[in-house]
Design a protein around this ligand. Structure first.
Ligand code: ASP
Length: 346
């Protein structure tokens, strides 16, 4: 039976859309306009499921800012026509893309569900079919007032729905490829799909127009602190011309070497107007620069604490903020604020 729900299924590339060539056994993307023929079970929903395929489709290692702009534009242009969007995307950079879109799509009131798979949809043991079917069901789910159950940019994978900007790809092998270590899952698919409504972001007032942003500035460098790192190398990294921000991936709760050479190097960057954001290398927990003296010294020289933000969310948030604002004070203030559910403010 046809119901009036409509979903736009966007195929960008990645393992999920691959089929094995019967002769060479190579994995090749298949013609996505045929998805309803490949997966006749999708017809059982009774929804209108339209498909859009990127051309060419890409391995998600090739995702760049232009790709995010195209995807955002596609969603913006089709926003009023569909109840929800499902984006099929390679897993490698899915957390970056979901984070980027969460910042680029302000006031979002419809689900944008990213999914993919670890095994191609054309393989017998694929995880792609369940991921796709449940993502469509979630994108179509409404509450009793007719509002979407999850008006957010999310990732659905292996029976769990996560807020996109809280995720990290965690394993290259298991079906449960993603983790959201600092934020609870938004829904769990078992016999029923159980929505964790207390943790889903709902608009204070429904009906605000979507505001899509296309200006991003990627002048950001990530430096991962390691024991034994060389002073001259750190110096040349922090002196890189053209950067406006550095994400310093530190140990534990935001700690870094306490030597003067290290602090001087970072201070030099701060003094020349580079924003330095402290993000922990740990998968879970938060940066607290007051916990140890090694963190305190970073705070003293003007490093900003990134709280429990993931690196994926931090880098895309910086691209977004640097694209909108030119003054560091505004950017730093917004880095400390939770603007799309990416950060737990304490
Ligand atoms: N390399 C692939 C990609 O990210 C892996 C995947 O799809 O899972 O596009």
């Amino acid at each position: 039976m046809q119901d009036s729900t409509s979903i736009l299924l966007i195929y960008t590339g990645g393992t999920i859309g691959m089929k094995q060539d019967p002769v060479s056994f190579d994995l090749r993307p298949f013609d996505f306009s045929q998805i309803l023929e490949e997966m006749p079970e999708l017809k059982k929903f009774g929804y209108r499921i339209d498909t859009y395929s990127f051309d060419p489709v890409i391995d998600s290692s090739d995702v760049d800012i232009d790709f995010w702009i195209r995807l955002t534009r596609l969603i913006e242009e089709n926003y009023s026509r569909y109840d929800g969007f499902v984006v099929l995307h390679g897993t490698d950079t899915m957390s970056f893309s979901a984070s980027a879109l969460s910042f680029m799509l302000e006031n979002i009131e419809k689900p944008v569900i990213f999914t993919g798979s670890q095994l191609p949809i054309g393989m017998l043991r694929t995880d792609g079919k369940e991921n796709l079917i449940s993502s469509i069901e979630i994108a179509a789910s409404k509450d009793k007032d007719g509002h979407p159950m999850v008006p957010e940019v999310c990732i659905y994978f292996e029976s769990q729905l996560y807020r996109g900007n809280r995720t990290t790809k965690y394993t290259a092998e298991n079906f449960r490829a993603f983790r959201s270590a600092n934020y609870p899952v938004l829904a769990e698919a078992g016999i029923h799909i159980r929505f964790n409504t207390a943790f889903i972001r709902y608009p204070e007032q429904w009906g605000k127009p979507l505001k899509a942003t296309y200006r991003l500035d990627p002048s950001v460098l990530i430096i991962k602190v390691t024991p034994g790192m060389r002073q001259d190398i750190l110096q040349s990294l922090t002196d890189t011309p053209g950067i406006r921000a550095i994400i310093l991936e530190t140990y534990g709760s935001g700690n870094a070497p306490s030597g003067k050479w290290f602090t001087d190097c970072i201070k030099h960057a701060v003094d020349r107007g580079v924003i330095v954001l402290n993000i922990t290398q740990c998968l879970a927990g938060r940066v607290d620069m007051d916990a140890y003296s090694t963190g305190k010294s970073l705070k003293k020289i003007g490093v900003t604490g990134g709280g429990d933000c993931t690196t994926e969310a931090a880098v895309t948030k910086l691209f977004f903020l640097l694209g909108q604002y030119s003054d560091n004070e505004t950017i730093v203030n917004l880095l400390k604020k939770n603007i799309r559910g990416e950060l737990t403010e304490v």
